[in-house]
Design a protein around this ligand. Structure first.
Ligand code: GH3
Ligand code: MG
Ligand code: MG
Ligand code: MG
Length: 306
């Protein structure tokens, strides 16, 4: 079995984080008694409080009451399932409602399981354990499916999803969002001169250098295609994007990868930048703009950011 497969069968639930949502303190106490020793629990007394927690610091699993004043559990679950960045948090309903149409409503709202109050401790623990295991396995598979095999940075699939998520987030919080398209200069000649295997290796080094240059946990780099990478920089305006682009160029230049067939003598990159400033048009196609700017950088001498 390879390492990923081994890890998959042995996911650790030690650091699992569960959000318990219930308007009645007594219910929260009961669940705390059953699960508090095994997991890191947090509590919310309303649907809105649960949403706030999910958006700021998402849990691995939610145990959700149905009947609550204002935002009830069903509505809260539907909102979670319709919010891309938190939609994959599993929601287990724990409710005193028992009619079959009430149970059906829980499944329809997007719940992954349904338990009736008062819950028996052992079944609750076992089911929570099973759901967390599945969640962590799914997370791991997703992570593997999102990485580029050659360079180890994110792939195009992840980039597409992340960009949608971050555009929605920027719009919600009225923050700017920037994107960089980084393309290695004269890489065809580099392959011709030094061979494919060595070129692959330098492609990896370049990807790693870009990754290391990005400072914030929300900044990401993805391989967009052959020798092209895209960086997504949340909460970053034009000036910040420019700064990151310059740092990427400097750090790649510092690798001093010899490229005899380039007028610059070393491996360099050109970068196209694109920004949606705060409160501007969040429908703007950042990739198209960055691509256009990259083309300009290529046309006007390469080894530059525009
Ligand atoms: P420019 O400065 O205009 O970007 O020129 P370029 O040669 O870098 O760009 P072009 O689009 O003409 O060619 C890209 C080349 O990158 C084609 C191929 O030789 C190389 N390339 C793309 N993907 C890989 C890869 O995975 N490994 C290696 N070794 N080379 C790759
Ligand atoms: Mg209630
Ligand atoms: Mg290219
Ligand atoms: Mg190129």
């Amino acid at each position: 079995m390879n390492q990923a497969a081994t890890t998959l069968t042995k996911v650790s639930l030690e650091n699992a984080r569960i959000l318990v949502v219930d308007d009645q303190p007594i219910n929260i106490q009961v669940i705390n008694q059953v699960l508090g020793d095994c997991y890191h629990l947090r509590f919310a007394k309303s649907g809105q409080a649960a949403l706030d927690i999910c958006l700021s610091d998402p849990p691995d699993l939610i145990l959700m009451d149905v009947v609550m004043p204002e935002l009830d559990g069903l509505t809260t679950c539907k909102i979670i399932k319709n919010t891309p960045e938190i939609s994959d948090i599993p929601v287990v309903f724990i409710t005193s409602l028992q009619k079959s149409e009430e149970e059906n409503a829980c499944w329809q709202a997007g719940g992954i399981d349904y338990m009736v109050k008062p819950v028996n401790p052992l079944p609750l623990r076992n089911r929570v354990n099973a759901h967390l295991t599945l969640k962590f396995q799914a997370d791991l598979l997703k992570k593997l499916a999102y990485l580029d095999g050659l360079t180890g940075v994110y792939n195009r699939r992840y980039l597409d999803e992340y960009l949608i998520q971050q555009t929605a987030q920027a719009k919600r919080s009225n923050q700017p969002l920037s994107l960089l398209m980084v393309d290695i200069d004269y890489f065809k000649q580099f392959n011709d001169e030094y061979g494919h295997l060595f070129a692959d290796d330098q492609l990896k080094q370049t990807a790693l250098s870009i990754k290391k240059t990005l400072q914030r946990p929300t900044d990401i780099v993805a391989r967009f295609g052959g020798e092209e990478f895209v960086c997504v920089l949340p909460d970053t305006g034009k000036l910040g994007a420019r700064h990151v682009a310059e740092s990427i160029m400097q750090n790649i230049a510092a690798l001093k990868i010899t490229h005899k067939l380039s007028p610059h003598q070393y491996l360099t990159v050109s970068i196209g930048t694109a920004t949606i400033e705060a409160k501007q048009d969040y429908g703007t196609d950042l990739i198209a703009i960055a691509d256009k700017h990259l083309y300009k950088a290529k046309q006007t001498g390469r080894n530059k950011a525009i």
